[in-house]
Design a protein around this ligand. Structure first.
Ligand code: LMR
Length: 334
């Protein structure tokens, strides 16, 4: 652990020297998913537009697929300045001490993307991003991925089908409770380790939007996929605050513009990427895809509804109620 931090510091010092020597601003942007995903593609577009708008003054180096850092390491790396930009999923901010982000993990809290955007593109989203400042992080934007589905090696048609199953989750206490609500055993694990864990049976199943499942080839080691859409997975694009505020104002403005464009693009392609991935899974013939009936969907909703009351304190009841007010969701009416 100590050695890793020391190495990151050495790397960070190295970077600032390079930046100075070349008179070029380098932004290392690390993420954990494949290029062929909403986040993968949006980060590439951001890099391209940043170079164009700053006329080559800024070079964004994108490191996809955990090639630079895994989930937990990348957060540490951002804080000490070894990387400048990340886009972790909203379920990964708890360990940083910003538990409020786990409100996005509440089962069925958003019916669809329109509901979601009321939050991510409105004042509640802005106030959530502002909470990161105390951690030395500046939140720039929210990027969509999509709604998660359950996969396993046995069919999943009702909540009881998940009973006793070891299910990989991201590092969120709300997701832990979600899995417990259906009798599953949650297992926190870095994204880069999920394929192997599924292949070797360390875990039985997982949950993710289809673009993540497909681009990591998880469908090759999961026989069943049920389109539960039971929870949301999206991202906050974040930068090291000191680095960001130290940029020349003109450059910062150009990067803000690039981020605006990348956000529009990410949110435009997210659904399409997930639809294409679903087609890919179906065509592979390796996974049986099941679309639950209205009644089956309701059974999942009811089983998971207690998560809302149990975890209200974790994210703050006021925040939770303000989201219900925007979206009209009421877990007590299920
Ligand atoms: C996961 O760990 O399942 C996701 O957060 C990966 C990602 O960044 O989409």
């Amino acid at each position: 652990m100590k050695l890793r931090i020391v190495m990151m510091c050495v790397l960070a010092l190295g970077i600032s020297n390079v930046v100075h020597a070349a008179d070029e601003i380098v932004i290392k942007f690390s993420h954990v998913v494949a290029l062929d995903t909403p986040k993968g593609k949006a980060s590439e577009l951001f890099a391209k537009r940043a170079a164009e708008l700053t006329k080559g003054k800024v070079k964004v180096e994108v490191y996809p697929n955990s090639s630079l850092y895994k989930d937990k390491e990348e957060m540490e790396a951002l804080q000490i300045g070894a990387v400048q930009m990340l886009a972790p999923s909203l379920a990964k901010f708890g360990p940083l001490g910003v538990k409020e982000f786990e409100v996005f993990d509440f089962p069925y809290i958003f019916d669809d993307t329109a509901d979601l955007h009321k939050i991510t593109q409105g004042p509640i989203g802005a106030s959530l991003l502002a909470k990161l400042e105390a951690k030395g992080i500046k939140g720039l934007s929210f990027w969509d991925n999509g709604f998660k589905s359950f996969s396993a090696n046995t069919p999943i048609k009702s909540p009881s089908d998940l009973k006793g199953k070891k299910m990989r989750i991201q590092s969120s206490k709300v997701l832990e409770e979600e899995m417990r609500s259906v009798g599953a055993i949650p297992q926190v694990m870095a994204f880069s380790e999920v394929y192997q864990a599924l292949q070797t049976g360390v875990v039985d199943g997982t949950e993710n939007p289809i673009s993540n499942l497909y681009s990591q080839k998880m469908h090759e080691v999961q026989k069943y996929l049920t389109l539960t859409n039971h929870g949301y997975l999206g991202y906050a694009v974040i930068v090291n605050k000191k680095f960001w505020e130290g940029l020349p104002a003109e450059v910062r403005g150009q990067l803000e513009q690039a981020m605006k464009e990348a956000t529009v693009y990410a949110n435009k392609i997210a659904q399409e990427e997930n639809d294409n991935a679903l087609e890919g899974v179906k065509k592979s013939g390796k996974t049986t895809v099941y679309a639950p009936t209205k009644e089956e969907r309701m059974a999942f909703k009811k089983a998971m509804a207690p998560v809302h009351t149990k975890m209200a304190d974790r994210v703050g009841n006021d925040l939770l109620q303000s989201i219900y007010k925007e979206t009209g969701f009421d877990p007590t009416k299920l």
